[in-house]
Design a protein. Structure first.
Length: 258
């Protein structure tokens, strides 16, 4: 009882975004998807994240075979232009380029070929992992066989799959077996700050809290497409759910280096 009381006393009373250090899901690469339309908008978001205390960001443009058929070759020049603008503005924020891959047959082909963008993170055990950010479709659940094959293909390539916004798939709110499968087979998960702030409704907010309280979540992400998502982070400064999650040791944000 004594030590439990001490732990409660030492828990931070508010969220310090400098303790998170890195955001690993955002759409700031200008002009390549439904995120930042231009350099000015991207720079505004970088400034906003820096003002909150973040030291670095992994930029993850969409890769979808129909809407956004991006590739490392198409994304690198736009990323380099943003990096140059951040350097010129003397913003002390590190940027890394990765991508957010829609789980579809074409994604499985990329996983099997290894022709995709990932980022490096150190887990709680001190092991270095190459992480690939993936998302399910919002309207229909991916077939279980595709999920299994994609997890296997990623891990065969030495990649750890990170599921974006695990709370935002309505079909998983009542039956979350695919999340159980994802976790059991070594996948990581993230939630969006905007979900916890209530931007997508109470069911999505409650799902985010449930996943965090279950110990499933490794990252709290901005998923920034615009300044509204940066402001959603600001709204979580006194979130008990986030404070409890940060104190639990689940967060892997600092595994990218401060």
């Amino acid at each position: 009882m004594k030590w439990s009381w001490l732990w409660k006393r030492e828990r931070p009373a508010s969220v310090r975004f400098s303790d998170l250090a890195w955001d690993v899901h955002s759409h700031l690469v200008p002009g390549v998807d439904d995120g930042a339309p231009d350099l000015e908008a991207a720079l505004e978001m970088v400034r906003g994240m820096h003002a909150l205390g973040y030291k670095g960001m992994v930029l993850t443009p969409h890769v979808m075979s129909d809407l956004y058929p991006n590739s490392p070759e198409t994304l690198r020049p736009a990323f380099d232009s943003l990096q140059a603008a951040v350097d010129q503005a003397q913003l002390p924020v590190k940027l890394k380029l990765a991508a957010e891959y829609l789980l579809e047959p074409e994604c499985l082909e990329l996983l099997q070929s290894g022709e995709l963008l990932a980022f490096t993170c150190v887990d709680q055990a001190g092991n270095e992992k190459e992480v690939v950010l993936m998302e399910f479709g919002f309207h229909h659940a991916p077939h279980e066989d595709l999920v299994k094959e994609s997890l296997f293909a990623a891990q065969t390539r030495g990649l750890t799959p990170l599921l974006a916004h695990c709370e935002r798939y309505p079909y998983l709110h009542k039956e979350d077996g695919l999340l159980e499968l994802w976790r059991e087979r070594g996948g990581w998960m993230s939630v969006n700050a905007a979900s916890l702030a209530g931007a997508y409704g109470p069911e999505t907010r409650d799902m985010a809290k449930k996943c965090m309280d279950r110990g499933w979540v490794s990252f709290l992400c901005s998923d920034a497409h615009g300044m509204r998502h940066v402001r959603a982070l600001e709204a979580l400064a006194t979130s008990k759910t986030v404070v409890r999650w940060m104190a639990s040791g689940q967060s892997l944000h600092r595994g990218l280096g401060a």
